[in-house]
Design a binder for this molecule. Structure first.
Ligand SMILES: [Ca+2]
Ligand SMILES: [Ca+2]
Ligand SMILES: [Ca+2]
Ligand SMILES: [Ca+2]
Length: 714
């Protein structure tokens, strides 16, 4: 009982102390409120440390301008080969448009059991340091060797290859898939599946890291032709309807009587699907097919003949495909009729209208065995033929009754065009390798537990379809537009530019990139967002910049502009509006000002607010009310009742600043709410005149406590 009483006394003491301190604090505040202490800084040029204000990170911006990553690697043979000097104009152009490109010839300096491994380790090293995206192998397989992997697909299927070794198959996929060991058990059999690797692991990881293509040149002239054709295609193409055209050809793979279901294998089903689902109205098309009696073709088509197919290719198409059978020197149907041959490729008359061609067949791209295959012949044509060729280096596979067009050849081909048209992977290497990823991730594998990458034909199809041509080339799907120069008028150092680039026909260009560089090592590429908006933040210091604007279906535009110095601080109105004029604790307070900077532009405007004459302050940022307006607003959430001073600080992007302050006008007071006075009055009435009040209060409290106590005891 005694101890309980003592505790209660401690409580009374706490209650008293709290009440006194409340009165003291409130009272002191009252004195401050109503008897304004003269500020030590009465002048308008107050001294405030602005270094804490969050600013545009110029150091980070400079970093992004001065440390461009390599995006493309061209692998070329070392001197005395002339290849790297022949490739230099292509590397220069890629770099100029913002794809920083390096020609690498010193692969022999890298680790590796053979040249292929050294080249791959060099690619890996660039990938690890710069996350390169594009790899162009510059040379035929006698110059830049291809990797042969253990892949006895045809043997296991009871078939045979038309060319080459029955066990070892060529693939440039080795240079794209950089994670796998490719020879985990070190038995010199590369790319073994879980069934052949000694440790039961797949030596290939399957997902590619980089997009790989090859210029199959064996001499300077061939390489020069491929470089020049690619440069012309990208920088100065012959503009015409061909750029808006696709040619699709599909023939019979099996007659009805050859199949279990007695339904034939019509590749026209594949071409029709691609046409209906992916091409739709985006391009003009020519659809040439041969069909069995069991297939009713749709949509519109013409019957294919050797002459019609060759003539169409010769008139010029941006993209084209053939699905059927193939051999190194011909594309055929089941009966063996040829629709295109190496001889036709040699006579390709589509000068300055080179095609990205996809051959969903066997063997038309056997560039490691001689040079007479169709793919190599088309890509080597001086002005016409192919800008890119995707085809198999060896036998490829399809399954009958592939209703979903998802297995092996049909899945590969369908997904290539899906990537190209639907996912807008118009760069030919991206379309091919992204389609391989899409195939590996497709339902075909997830639906069936026995369909996986231990199957040699699945491995074969992913490995053998290869790209001849520059993987980075952006393929036309329409007549390209010419951009207007967006860098007219005065441009200032450090300027923040938000632009949408328009064509000469005044349409906004949405798939566009702007590359800027100068002679003092600045280098940066800006990509448009979906609306076509590009946001550029220029570095400080006046300089001359060279720009290149490029993109999908855009003719590149090059030019230069000078940035001017910005020595002028932003202009900010000295009569900010404050609403409400007499704020209370329950008001949000809105400030608005007029602010502009006609050089580099307004970077940030801050409202600084202080209740101790700027010994300390808090800040809030103004936002522009609309992109075309000079009005900027800043809203403060409810404040405690106190006296406040405020100031406004504005920065432009060139680091000029202005401080707006007026010691007489830039202050306001938030008066206590009515409830505050009631509280004080209540406290005073409880305490009365100090000691007496305390006694009364304590006694009252004590009496109540006893009552409660008694209640508890009952
Ligand atoms: Ca091995
Ligand atoms: Ca990988
Ligand atoms: Ca060759
Ligand atoms: Ca300025």
């Amino acid at each position: 009982m005694l101890s309980l009483y003592k505790i209660k006394r401690v409580k009374y003491v706490i209650v008293i102390v709290v009440n006194f301190s409340l009165i003291l604090v409130l009272g002191f505040n009252n004195i401050l409120n109503f008897n304004s202490i003269p500020s030590p800084n009465l002048a308008n040029d107050i001294d405030i440390d602005l270094s804490l204000l969050p600013r545009e990170n110029q150091i980070q911006n400079l970093q992004m301008w001065t440390n461009p990553q390599i995006e493309m690697l061209i692998v070329a043979p070392p001197p005395p080969s002339n290849f790297s000097s022949i490739l230099q104009p292509l590397a220069n152009w890629k770099t100029k448009k913002g794809v920083k490109t390096v020609i690498a010839t010193n692969y022999s300096a890298y680790e590796g059991d053979d040249t292929q491994e050294k080249i791959r380790n060099m690619i890996k090293s660039y990938y690890n340091s710069d996350k390169i995206q594009w790899v162009l192998l510059a040379g035929d397989t006698d110059v830049i060797p291809i990797r042969y992997v253990y892949n006895p697909d045809a043997l296991l299927a009871g078939e045979s290859e038309d060319v080459g070794d029955p066990y070892l198959k060529p693939t440039d996929y080795y240079y794209a898939e950089l994670d796998g060991t490719w020879d985990d058990d070190g038995d010199d059999k590369y790319g073994e599946s879980v069934l052949y690797n000694e440790n039961g692991i797949d030596e290939i990881e399957w997902y590619p890291e980089v997009y790989v293509g090859r210029f199959p040149a064996s001499n300077d002239e061939e390489l020069g032709n491929m470089v020049n054709k690619t440069l012309k295609y990208e920088t100065n193409p012959t503009v015409g309807e061909w750029m808006n055209s696709i040619l699709l050809a599909g023939v019979i793979s099996n007659y009805p009587h050859e199949t279990k279901s007695k339904i034939g294998e019509d590749e026209a089903r594949l071409t029709s699907y691609i046409l209906s689902n992916y091409v739709s109205n985006t391009m003009d098309y020519t659809h040439l097919i041969q069909t069995t009696s069991t297939y009713e073709p749709n949509p519109s088509f013409s019957n294919i003949s050797h002459a019609s197919f060759v003539n169409n290719i010769n008139t010029g198409y941006s993209v084209g495909m053939f699905a059927g059978h193939g051999a190194p020197e011909k594309m055929t149907d089941r009966a063996g009729s040829s629709y295109y041959t190496t001889s036709d490729a040699n006579g390709a008359a589509n000068s300055y209208m080179p095609t990205l061609f996809y051959s969903s067949t066997c063997d038309t791209n056997t560039y490691d065995v001689g040079d007479g295959n169709i793919g190599e012949t088309l890509i080597k044509q001086k002005d016409g033929g192919a800008i890119g060729y995707v085809g198999g280096l060896r036998v490829t596979w399809y399954f009958e009754e592939d209703d979903n067009l998802e297995m092996l050849n049909r899945g590969n081909c369908k997904l290539f065009w899906r990537e190209f048209f639907i996912n807008e992977s118009y760069q030919q290497g991206k379309a091919l390798f992204d389609s391989k990823i899409a195939y590996l991730d497709s339902e075909w594998f997830s639906r069936w537990s026995n369909i996986n990458m231990s199957l040699e034909w699945e491995r074969k199809n992913v490995l053998t379809y290869s790209l001849l041509g520059d993987p980075e080339v952006d393929i036309y799907t329409a007549k390209p537009k010419t951009p207007q120069n967006p860098f007219s008028g005065n441009i200032y150092e450090g300027q923040s530019i938000s632009m949408r680039i328009k064509s000469t026909g005044d349409e906004v260009l949405t798939d566009v990139k702007v590359h800027l560089t100068n002679n003092s090592g600045k280098y940066r590429t800006f990509h448009s967002d979906e609306s076509g908006t590009i946001n550029i933040l220029l570095p400080l210091d006046p300089d001359t910049y060279y720009f290149t604007i490029s993109g999908h279906n855009i003719l590149p535009l090059e030019g230069a502009f000078q940035t001017k110095p910005d020595m002028t601080a932003p202009i900010i109105s000295d009569n900010p509006l404050m609403e409400p004029l007499s704020p209370t604790v329950s008001d949000n307070i809105c400030f608005s000002i007029n602010a502009s900077d006609s050089e580099s532009g307004i970077e940030n405007i801050f409202l600084l607010i202080s209740n101790d004459k700027f010994n300390t302050y808090e800040y809030s940022t103004f936002t522009q009310s609309s992109s075309s307006s000079s009005v900027h607003t800043c809203t403060l959430n409810k404040l405690d009742f106190m006296d406040y001073d405020y100031a406004i600080v504005g920065f432009d992007y060139a680091n000029n600043s202005v401080l707006i302050y007026n010691s007489e006008a830039f202050c306001f007071q938030i008066t206590p709410p009515v409830s505050f006075y009631i509280l004080i009055v209540a406290n005073f009435s409880i305490f009365g005149i100090l000691g007496f009040g305390v006694v009364v209060f304590v006694k009252t409290w004590q009496a109540h406590s006893k009552k409660y106590k008694r209640l508890e005891e009952i």
